[in-house]
Design a protein around this ligand. Structure first.
Ligand code: NAP
Length: 337
């Protein structure tokens, strides 16, 4: 069976996923695309032999579209995800699920009312081989119960004028928030944000670096260094300290080179390179699930929990206080999600 996907938003990640769906992933095709920029949508559609449509709702209601991929601007996500649920179509929504916790709850309510999981949120780190190996080690009891996690999320640079201090939480740390909830299999209870000495090479209006400190419900402490002007590469680190051992991500390079008195590994230049294989696996598993009628991966609940935790981090960033993460009761519908 071929799953025919309708794509809403043909910007950076939209085109990236379209390439994936039409080349790397098996069992999928792109039937229709749309973008607020109609010229861009037409160009993309012509390149892949799909139809360009005028609106997202047209894509969703097209009978030739089996499943919907939402890669438009964040504030539009709620409308398109709700539209896909109303049409009874599986929908993969790039993060964020929606831009407010209240909007995420409206999506949860709609999905529960529909009666079956349709929504997957694009948190791709859960599909990275390194994070999956950490999860396996923790589940097998290889290092005992987790006590602490040390993480770093370093970007070489960010676009001046487009990236703001709060995006260090909503666009950057949110990936750690999701993957750590999944790795530790529990929710966060509180957040703080510490602002170390500012980097002199960061844009003047940007707080960089920042350290996000999270506590889980059971008391595991997590520190996430966010430094988005490190210059040397895209460097993602994660070390879980358990009672009897530690487990860490290795360097992303497949080889190390020893020469001229030095041992060296290459560091990826950007997130697209670092997580390419994870994105491929994420979209392949989504397509496989759609073909089988089985939903998996980050759920609407995960999208909601990430939004609430991010909001607590933002409040902590501006107040300097320890802020409690207050989630709604988890509906039974998402008990296994
Ligand atoms: P982008 O390049 O700006 O692409 C967004 C596209 O959506 C643009 O072409 C935009 O058009 C279009 N658009 C805006 N409103 C629309 C609407 N109402 N209907 C249809 N199209 C609309 O942004 P991006 O970097 O691809 O990011 C898109 C989403 O993916 C964001 O939510 C982002 O957070 C997420 N993302 C996730 C990851 C990840 O690692 N999981 C990575 C990158 C991005 P205009 O340019 O004309 O506004």
């Amino acid at each position: 069976m071929t799953v025919n996907v309708g794509v809403i938003g043909t910007g950076n990640i939209g085109q990236d996923h379209i390439n994936r769906l039409t080349t790397a992933v098996s069992g999928s095709a792109v039937a229709a695309v749309t973008d607020i920029d109609a010229v861009r949508a037409k160009e993309v559609a012509e390149r892949i032999g799909a139809r360009a449509m005028s609106t997202g709702q047209e894509v969703i209601s097209d009978p030739a579209v089996d499943a919907v991929l939402v890669t438009s601007w964040g504030p539009t996500h709620e409308e398109y995800v709700l539209g896909a649920i109303a049409a009874g179509k599986p929908v993969f929504c790039e993060k964020p699920l929606a831009t407010t916790a209240e909007a995420c709850l409206r999506i949860l309510d709609a999905e529960i009312a529909f009666g079956r999981r349709l929504v997957q949120v694009g948190y791709m780190r859960r599909y990275d081989a390194g994070y999956r190996a950490i999860k396996q080690t923790l589940s097998a009891g290889g290092i005992g119960p987790a006590l602490m996690v040390h993480c770093a999320h370093r970007n070489p640079t960010v676009s001046v004028g487009h990236y703001s201090s709060d995006m260090a939480i909503t666009d950057t740390a949110v990936h750690e928030i999701d993957v750590l909830r999944w790795l530790l299999d529990e929710e966060f209870a509180a957040a703080r944000v510490v602002k170390p000495k500012r980097s002199s090479i960061a844009p003047t209006d940007l707080i960089d670096p920042q350290i996000v400190l999270l506590e889980t419900v059971s008391g595991v402490h997590v520190d996430v260094e966010i430094y988005v002007n490190c210059r040397f590469g895209y460097d993602i680190r994660c070390e879980v300290v358990g009672e009897t051992g530690t487990v860490s991500l290795n360097d992303a390079s497949p080889v190390s080179v020893r020469a001229a008195g030095t041992a060296a590994v290459a560091i990826p230049g950007d997130w697209q390179t670092r997580f390419r294989a994870a994105y491929d696996t994420e979209i392949q598993e989504w397509i496989d699930g759609v073909a089988l009628g089985v939903a998996s991966g980050p759920s609407a609940w995960d999208g909601y929990a990430a939004a609430v935790t991010s909001d607590a981090c933002l409040a902590a960033q501006s107040s300097g206080d320890r802020v409690t993460v207050t989630l709604a009761d988890k509906p039974d519908f998402y008990a296994t999600a």
